[in-house]
Write a protein that binds this ligand. Structure first.
Ligand code: NAD
Length: 333
């Protein structure tokens, strides 16, 4: 392998375009090929970065010099491109969630193990310094024995309307919180009891809000709040919180309400400046750090900080949330 990696991106919507730009910009990678089931999207991204607009998944994977593949298709369409990439011997960076069933997660993990390629799921919050600070404080024993965890991820209605017809808020937003809680506390979820309701999104058959009570290994309890119908006029399109209370202390992070504010006559907004923001014409922030980390893991043969088992567990908990919604009963994992 050369000292730079060739990348292909599959699925070129909101996230895929960003992956493509980053692979083109990062010092140790280059963008080789892109593919989307909508050919115009692939052509537009290829034109912007001077790479191949592949007309099929196989053509993208077979392009000369592809070492790593970003899978940025919809949640329910991760399986096929991940399996094909692994079978072609490519390292796989797949957007969260790893898949929408544990069976699909197992198939992807097995394919990557068989091919001896690295697999990382893009749990980008692991690269947000606010959550990293919470993790490091808990790991250093600063909160003592964890007693209670609260995590919220609420998004504006446009998000529910855009994604609601394809997947659920537990998968699209909830897996971030599940992964953060488990990573920060070092414990897996052992029991889930969820309640949901659908009003604003009833016509598209999606839950507006899902609240999940959880129990963790080590006997801590927690609550996960996910909602994607907060008003469009909200100053910040994302309102996320995390709090860990222990026998010796407390840590808390707040995401949204960034310290940059832009106001017009009719609206004030606080856009994200942590996850992906342009600084002097280049994408900076947590997503850049995540992609750079994965490239470093491949080039230096080190293990990604999001393990396949952890990404699978987030999906397992989301599955249990839906099982609990269906039955009205708590679910033991
Ligand atoms: N890390 C984060 O914070 C974050 C934020 C948003 C979305 N995501 C995740 O990223 C993924 C993509 O989300 P998005 O918001 O970019 O969606 P999107 O709808 O904007 O883009 C999805 C793209 O994939 C294409 N596509 C669908 N099936 C395909 C297939 N089989 N082969 C090739 N192309 C295909 C679609 O045509 C579309 O262009 C999802 O899994 C989502 O959960 C992550």
């Amino acid at each position: 392998m050369s000292d730079t990696l060739g990348a292909a991106v599959i699925g070129l919507g909101m996230m895929g375009e960003r992956h493509a730009q980053l692979w083109a910009e990062l010092p140790r990678t280059r963008l080789v090929a892109v593919y989307d089931i909508v050919p115009e999207r692939a052509q537009a991204v290829a034109d912007a970065h001077g790479c191949l607009a592949a007309s099929s998944l196989d053509e993208a994977l077979a392009a000369d010099g592809v070492d790593i593949v970003s899978v940025c298709t919809d949640d329910q369409s991760h399986l096929q491109p991940c399996l094909a990439a692994a079978d072609a011997g490519k390292h796989v960076l797949v957007e969260k969630p790893l898949a929408i069933t544990t069976a699909d997660c197992d198939a992807i993990i097995a394919a990557c193990e068989r091919a001896d390629v690295k697999l990382m799921t893009g749990h980008v919050c692991r690269f947000d310094p606010r959550y990293v600070a919470c993790h490091d404080a808990v790991a250093a024993g600063e909160v003592g024995d964890v007693v209670q965890v609260f995590a919220r991820r609420n998004n504006i209605l446009a998000s529910g309307l855009r994604i609601g017809p394809r997947t659920s808020v537990a998968y699209f937003l909830g897996v971030h919180e599940i992964d953060l809680i488990c990573w920060i506390t070092g414990a897996r979820v052992t029991r889930v009891h969820a309640e949901g309701t659908s009003k604003a999104l009833a016509s598209i058959g999606a839950d507006d809000s899902i609240l999940s009570l959880i129990r963790l290994e080590g006997d801590a309890v927690g609550c996960i709040e996910t909602c994607w119908i907060i008003p469009e006029g909200s100053a910040n399109s994302l309102d996320a919180r995390l709090e860990v209370v222990g026998t010796e202390g407390r840590v808390a992070a707040r995401v949204g309400g960034e310290p940059f504010e832009a106001a017009s006559a009719s609206r004030s907004s606080r856009p994200d400046i942590v996850y992906w923001t342009e600084v002097h014409g280049r994408v900076a922030g947590a997503l850049r750090d995540q992609l750079e980390h994965f490239a470093d893991c491949v080039l230096d043969d080190t293990e990604p900080i999001v393990t396949p088992a952890q990404a699978r567990h987030a999906v397992q908990v989301a599955e249990a949330i839906h099982h609990s919604l269906d039955t009205g009963a708590p679910v033991d994992l």
